[in-house]
Design a protein around this ligand. Structure first.
Ligand SMILES: Cc1cc2nc3c(=O)[nH]c(=O)nc-3n(C[C@H](O)[C@H](O)[C@H](O)COP(=O)(O)OP(=O)(O)OC[C@H]3O[C@@H](n4cnc5c(N)ncnc54)[C@H](O)[C@@H]3O)c2cc1C
Length: 398
């Protein structure tokens, strides 16, 4: 176990500066254009791949850090640049986490690299859990997998859905067992029967591609069942006998990624705070800079306090995830607090910029739209509160 410390080591500081510079030079200048276009920013992701920021090596190195802090530090800087482009760069990570969390070492070696491609031939991955009638209620998936591996169903709101090289699909194999009767499958590139449904036009993170994924008699080889058939059969037998309670495969993936989602929201909030602080020092009203009006100065004081508090929760959760695991629901606490904080801080930033803040000429309205998604995906704020309430009470709060 490593000591918990708030001091970043030299490697982490270098990575932080390197990503910050990429965010300043490449991500931020492109943010407005791709938000307006509402398209996946392939050229920017290719740039990220060229410098080694998008790709398997970066994720593997960041995830190998024993303090757990590198990945959340990296994400904060990326999302400080722009959340839509940040999601385009980080979105494949969810598919990779789904494979790493449920697959064998051989499956990881085969499929995770294919979620990223190479610097010359960039690919993306998608993690497909949610459905039109099952978002928070992941135990109610209708997508069915029948031996030998035929998938049918529709997945909703899937990041990189339809444009991904590799789709990881969570489906029911034994619907009677609800969430415990599910398994994860890799759908290899160009598999017949998988298609993109509607592309969603969104409120924020508009550079990130979100679409339905339609699965019609999708036949996949047996080696695509993550974890393997033998392990799944044994697990299902235990559940049917009632000798194990077990975890849903999708839940295991989301639990691991919660501090990272908190770090995304944190990056957006910090961007808005810094912009509002500079603006408040320049903008004059009633003969003085608006920061000299206590109402504005106190707002900024609250914003930075909330931002720093969120970072502490995120770093604690990330460190715990690598060092002995969560004691309560620290991952959920960090995601819940950071995402709600980000919505409030970006709203305050609009207020500080007044009329300008409400226009698309200034980035704060985009940051507000971008912040909002964090209270919804990978477990809504209400679901995070449920997880925390159950952890502290030991009761099945509904
Ligand atoms: C941009 C975007 C990207 C996404 N990317 C992905 C992806 O890559 N892969 C994927 O699988 N999914 C993805 N999602 C789906 C996302 O995870 C779901 O939208 C989310 O989990 C909420 O589910 P829902 O939309 O069905 O809302 P619902 O579950 O219908 O919830 C509606 C409201 O009811 C509340 N609620 C529900 N149940 C309870 C309860 N028990 N107690 C209290 N309140 C409750 C919720 O908090 C929410 O406020 C994405 C969504 C968006 C918008």
């Amino acid at each position: 176990m490593t000591e918990f410390s708030l001091a970043l080591n030299d490697d982490q500081l270098q990575i932080k500066d390197w990503i910050h510079q990429f965010a300043v030079d490449t991500i931020r200048p492109a943010a407005h254009e791709w938000d307006e276009k509402e398209e996946f920013p392939w050229p920017i992701v290719q740039e990220a791949a060229k410098i080694g920021l998008y790709g398997l090596d970066f994720i593997m190195n960041a995830m190998a850090d024993p303090t757990g802090l590198t990945i959340v530090v990296a994400i904060e800087e990326m999302f400080w640049g722009d959340a839509g482009i940040g999601m385009a760069i980080m979105g494949s990570g969810l598919a990779a986490a789904g494979i790493a969390g449920n697959g064998t070492p051989e499956q990881m070696m085969e499929w995770v690299p294919q979620c990223y491609g190479t610097a010359d031939d960039v690919k993306v991955g998608a993690f497909c859990v949610s459905e039109p009638d099952a978002g928070s209620d992941v135990s109610n998936l209708r997508t069915r997998a029948v031996y030998d591996e035929v998938l049918n169903g529709t997945k909703a709101w899937i990041t990189n859905g339809g444009i991904a090289n590799v789709h990881v699909v969570v489906a029911a194999v034994d619907p009677e067992l609800k969430g415990r009767g599910q398994a994860s499958f890799v759908v290899p590139p160009n598999t017949k029967g998988l298609s993109q449904g509607q592309k969603y036009m969104k409120h924020g993170i508009r550079a990130s591609h979100t679409a339905e994924v339609v699965l019609e008699d999708v036949r996949i080889p047996g080696r695509c069942l993550l974890g393997g058939k033998e392990k799944l059969d044994a697990k299902l037998a235990r559940y049917r006998e009632g000798t194990s309670s077990g975890k849903q495969p999708a839940m295991a993936t989301f639990e691991a990624t919660r501090p990272a989602v908190g770090a995304q929201a944190l990056g957006v909030a910090r961007a808005a705070y810094e912009y509002a602080l500079d603006y408040a020092k320049e903008r004059k009203a009633f003969g003085k800079p608006i920061i000299m009006h206590q109402a504005i100065a106190f707002k900024l004081a609250n914003m930075i306090t909330q931002i720093d508090a969120a970072r502490l929760l995120i770093w604690r959760a990330s460190w715990l995830a690598k060092n002995g695991g969560y004691k309560n629901a620290e991952g959920s606490q960090s995601k819940y607090f950071a995402s709600e904080m980000s919505v409030k801080v970006t709203e305050d930033a609009i207020q500080i910029l007044g009329g300008y803040g409400y226009t698309r000429e200034y980035p704060v309205e985009r940051w507000h739209r971008d912040a909002k998604i964090h209270t919804i995906f990978e477990g809504t704020s209400e679901i995070q509160q449920l997880v925390i309430a159950r952890a502290i009470s030991g009761l099945r709060v509904e």
